[in-house]
Design a protein around this ligand. Structure first.
Ligand SMILES: Nc1ncnc2c1ncn2[C@@H]1O[C@H](COP(=O)(O)OP(=O)(O)O)[C@@H](O)[C@H]1O
Ligand SMILES: [Mg+2]
Length: 411
């Protein structure tokens, strides 16, 4: 007899003698198992669809089919209690057997590979290491960026120094020759003046020419000052006393008739010692700075002058080439004016650089200050913030103790 022979088969319930309690036990248990299997396989399929990147996903898929098949055999367990479809049931079982055998065999070679998969803890550690690496990398990038910025700043300063040197040489040469020519012009005009009758109508022309020559001489003096080629009369003097004596003159300079009020403050530093420089040129410098501050504070404000002791070390990054290490006195002139943009600051010391309308500025104020400080073997620095104000710092070498009495002139 083959399985295809049509012989009347008995339903499985017959074996249970149709005992209702037994039937109920089998039906309910098989139903629960089948539903649970279906639910598990559907869950696995949903998981696979949602996470297509799951490792060894195909074996999970195989499990899903296997569990689905198992569920179906339990459905048939219920069905065959009443209907003897044992052939179909057998085929379903055969299919389940096939899938389970494949899964069972396929599992083993997978195990070593699954064991090799990193555990969540290992992954967290790896993540941490990666984060540390990223942080280190970021630090390196930041350091590199800062170094680049510093280098650019140094290069910028070097260019600035070279530019000022070049302009100084050109200006100095021109002003020097020009000054000599002016002396010739002036000498001859004076000689001519001496030979003219007092009432001569020609005297008018000579006087005008002389006053023009005087103005030109002032201009060449300013250019020589910038080029550090003016004749200085350095002396050792008490800088605090000198500035204090200037206060009235500075107040007059700051107060324009009808202009907004500008207050002047002077904070003399304690025990700053005498400086060695040309006091008249220092006065001219402070006057120039006060005029600039006044121009920068059309709505009024405050001008503060302070002196402090400052020590300059050898090879400071922003030292001037001929600056000696040692004690200096810093005169800071601070205003609460409109400030300067970086571009203006870059060019501010150049002779004839001005942002003021024609007739208002000559562009020679800061170049005088620059030339004076540099010729005195000091350093000048600007700090400015547009809309906040400007600080000009003049560092003048402090007079060495025991200076020759010849230099230590009275003041
Ligand atoms: N205290 C300051 N506040 C703002 N800008 C200033 C100040 N001092 C100088 N400047 C700027 O620098 C430029 C050059 O100054 P300076 O050499 O004194 O020439 P001038 O005053 O004749 O313009 C000025 O035109 C101005 O733009
Ligand atoms: Mg000026």
């Amino acid at each position: 007899m083959t399985i295809f022979d049509h012989v009347p088969l008995t339903p499985h319930g017959f074996c249970l003698a149709w005992n209702p309690a037994l039937m109920a036990l089998h039906v309910s248990s098989d139903a629960v198992i089948a539903l649970a299997y279906f639910s598990i396989s559907v869950a696995l399929i949903v998981l696979l669809l949602r996470r297509r990147d799951v490792v060894f996903g195909w074996i999970v898929g195989l499990f899903a089919i296997f569990i689905l098949a198992c569920g179906t055999t339990h459905v048939f367990n219920i069905w065959t209690l009443w209907y003897p479809d044992y052939l179909t049931e057998g085929l379903v079982k055969a299919f389940t057997a096939l899938v389970s055998a494949i899964a069972a065999v396929a599992m083993w070679p997978l195990i070593p590979r699954i064991v090799l998969l990193p555990s969540p803890k290992a992954l967290a550690l790896a993540n941490q290491a990666l984060r540390r690496q990223v942080e280190e990398y970021n630090d390196v990038v930041a350091a590199l960026r800062q170094e680049t910025a510093e280098r650019m700043h140094t290069e910028d300063m070097l260019r600035q120094v070279q530019k000022m040197e070049a302009i100084g040489q050109l200006t100095g040469g021109l002003a020097h020759d020009f000054n000599n020519l002016l002396m010739v012009v002036r000498g001859n005009l004076e000689a001519l003046d001496g030979r003219l009758e007092n009432a001569s109508p020609l005297r008018r022309y000579v006087e005008r020419a002389l006053s023009g020559a005087d103005r030109a001489a002032t201009l060449t003096q300013q250019l020589l000052a910038f080029a550090r080629r003016q004749a200085l009369s350095p002396r050792v003097f008490d800088i605090n006393a000198r500035i204090a004596a200037m206060a009235d003159m500075l107040r007059t300079t700051l107060g324009t008739p009808g202009g907004a009020p500008i207050t002047l403050e002077f904070s003399p530093g304690e025990a700053i010692g005498p400086v060695e420089a040309d006091p008249n040129q220092l006065e001219a410098a402070l006057l120039n700075l006060a005029i600039n501050a006044r121009d920068a504070m059309p709505a009024g404000g405050r001008l503060s002058i302070a002196t402090t002791h400052i020590e300059h070390a050898a090879n400071e990054a922003d030292a001037e080439p001929d600056m000696a290490a040692g004690p200096y006195v810093r005169v800071s002139v601070t205003d609460t004016g409109e400030g300067m943009t970086p571009e203006v600051m870059h060019a501010a010391f150049e002779p004839f650089f001005t942002t003021k309308p024609v007739g208002r500025g000559s562009g020679l104020g800061l170049s005088q200050v620059y030339g004076f400080v540099r010729q005195s073997r000091g350093r000048i620095k600007l700090e400015s913030t547009p809309g906040v104000g400007t600080v000009v710092m003049l560092d003048l070498p402090r007079a060495a103790a025991g200076l020759s009495p010849a230099l230590a002139g009275t003041d």
